[in-house]
Write a protein that binds this ligand. Sequence first.
Ligand SMILES: Nc1ncnc2c1ncn2[C@@H]1O[C@H](COP(=O)(O)OP(=O)(O)OP(=O)(O)O)[C@@H](O)[C@H]1O
Ligand SMILES: [Mg+2]
Length: 818
Amino acid sequence: MATTPVIGIDFGNESCFIGVARAGGIEVIINDYSQRDTPSFVALTSKNRMMGTSAKNQIITNISNTVFAFKRLLGLRFDDPLVAEEQKHLPQTLVATPEGEVGFRVWYLGEEAVLGVRQIVAMLLTKVKDIAEAALECKVFECVLAVPYFFTDAQRRALLDAAAIADIQVLRLLNEPSAAAVAYGLYRTSTDLPNAEQPPRHVAFVDFGSSALQVAISAFHKGKVKMLACTFDSSLGGRSFDIAIAHQLAQGFNKPGSDVTKNKRSWIRLLAEVDKLKRQMSANISALPVNVECLIDERDFAAKMKRSEMEELCAPLLERVERTLRRCLAESGLKQEDISEIELIGGSTRIPAVKTLIEQVFGKPPSTTLNQDECVARGAAIMAAMLSPSFKVREFSLTDLQPYAISLSWGGEDVEHGEMEVFPKFHSVPFSKILTFFRKGPFVLTARYADPDVGQIHKSDTISQFHIQGVKPGAQGEAQKVKVKVRLNLHGVFQVVSATMMEKQGSSQSTSEVTSETANAETESMETETSTENQESSSDTTKMDTTEGESQEGDKTAAAATQSNHPKQIVKAVDLHVDSKTSSFTQQQIQELTEREAGFRSVDNQERDRIDSKNALEEFVLNIRGRVNDSDDLEAYIEPNVRDELVQMADSTENWLYDEGEDCKKNEYVEKLQHLQNLAAPAQQRKRDHESTPRAAESFAASLNRFKKAHMAYHAGDAAYDHWTPEEAKKLEVALAEKMSWLDANMSRVRSTLKTKDLPIKAAAFLSEQQAFESSMNPVLNKPKPQPPTPPAEAAQPGKPEDAANATPAAGEKMDTE
Ligand SMILES: Nc1ncnc2c1ncn2[C@@H]1O[C@H](COP(=O)(O)OP(=O)(O)OP(=O)(O)O)[C@@H](O)[C@H]1O
Ligand SMILES: [Mg+2]
């Protein structure tokens, strides 16, 4: 059975790469424009949407409705300071959607529309899925999506929503450098990587793309990798360099009232040229030109820059690169010499000054063992294969990390406010913990980022709120023990998985543990039991049985109280309802957006059909006019008056197509095409008949000839036919005479018919006559000859004189030959 392929998507701010795992291995898929990367662009028009390469290609003529660089906006609230920052660089107007997320105000299908970033990302993902399905010639249902380390809970949830809207199941959100680490480690054997008992090989991954810089340090052993530390600058990327260079170059060009930085179209054109210049500067040290014709107000732009000037100009950006690199080394707790290798990922690591900084910080030059553009997509595809039950992949385990510390706070009318860090920075992911609370009523837990960075960048650090419902006091009005299981899941998303109240009943028998909790009940403290989540296993229940350290005061009290002799009680575990207020869209919202996406898709399909119909009409017009005027083609077969009518109609249709027919409904093109086809059809059919019928007649003649030759051979006494009976020979003779005269008569009818007239008899009639004749006469022609009579058995007895003639001479015996 063929294995359904799974894909890994590197959803970049500038472009996406799609890796695929299928039976043959891991590959990168080529898109509909034969490119390995698909631009992260979505364009809206009055008729349809375009995604990927086609969207990017038309940006200059549709700037306000071509959306790009939206990865940075995914999952941000509209009031996030990053949104205002991004707006400075985007030609579209950003607005708040009713759900409070960022939306693009565009002109789409003839009216103003606000499309939320989730919808836009979903559109791009549907394109990615279509590209994969077209290349693989089968449906794709599952993927692993790569995300930057710094994506917050809200951004991760937003990406999961977008994938749901695009109807693609996400097996895992995988951090981009971790995906590269998987691609790095999977194919290495014990000769490349140390065994478990040896010290690990430390590898740093530096991913510098279009919008962000990420650095990760990892520890490899054979068959596994553990991510140790990561740092990032989430607003520093290749485009930061483009913007700095373009501003600098524009300074010498701008005039009052004619400023490229203020004109959307000019600015986008300049940035595109500067991007090319920047790439060239990576390979050249001499001054390089950048020219843009008619950039603004009919003025041509011409400037030059050399690498050293760029490095000087971008020194503040390079400093940020260095800081991020150094911070990662420091936070990993390792020294320069501990790092064996530095792998480069992303297009901006090609900047020579960045490579130099990497060498300075890590004390050795970086390497590109991996394909720096494709390794994230490949690693994601490998992870998808590892998670999909239909693949058998070499054992390789990844222990990923959570970049921000997460804390949980609680409080309420009758409860003192409290807070604890549940997952410290760099805690492994996925991971579950059980927290124990003592409560008399429902309570609220608020998860937030304890890392000050998040609050500083986003002006909010709240992740989600969880309302633990159904808690009530025990029989004596005392607080009850409530166990809350929290989890950082495979996607790096924080969840409250369950809440259970350990309700005390009666006092007959119990465990000492419960006794201890009674003693502890009034303190309202919280204890934690933690357990690592085995990444290969899917069962959480069993895993939670093993508890780790990390307990707080409550545990100690419990341990002490266990020794005393309290009355025993029965404990009933009651599952509690948890109302989670997260940033994910509700099922209903997803459903609505999925339906809207399906609607957009159907509009796209209709438009594609309409364009196809228009193209078909245009093609027919151009083609038929040439054919009816070509003496080697239809000209000979069409009546002059019909030809004139057809040519006239083709001319008028062509004019119509470039005028009012430029933009019509599909059926108008179909009707016009039908009309033209009907006019041309008789001549086309005639041409086919006039060409095929003589061929069929010749084939029949050749067949009759074959039979005739056999018949003549029979009469000449040829031994090949001497087994025919006279009746059979006669039957053949009569049939031959009849068919030959039929053939002669009809061939002459065909020959005498003008090419502009329909044939009175067609190829099919000759063919069927031939078949009928052959099936009735083949039994005569192919009649098998009778077997020669077998000699009688006694004739073979040895010693008889006649034997001598047939005997084979024994070896060495002489034999007379004539
Ligand atoms: N030779 C080069 N020299 C300098 N910069 C380059 C070179 N080649 C590509 N780049 C830059 O790399 C960036 C694109 O990198 P990449 O494709 O890794 O980004 P992305 O994955 O789409 O974005 P992100 O990772 O930020 O989401 C662009 O800014 C581009 O200018
Ligand atoms: Mg990238």
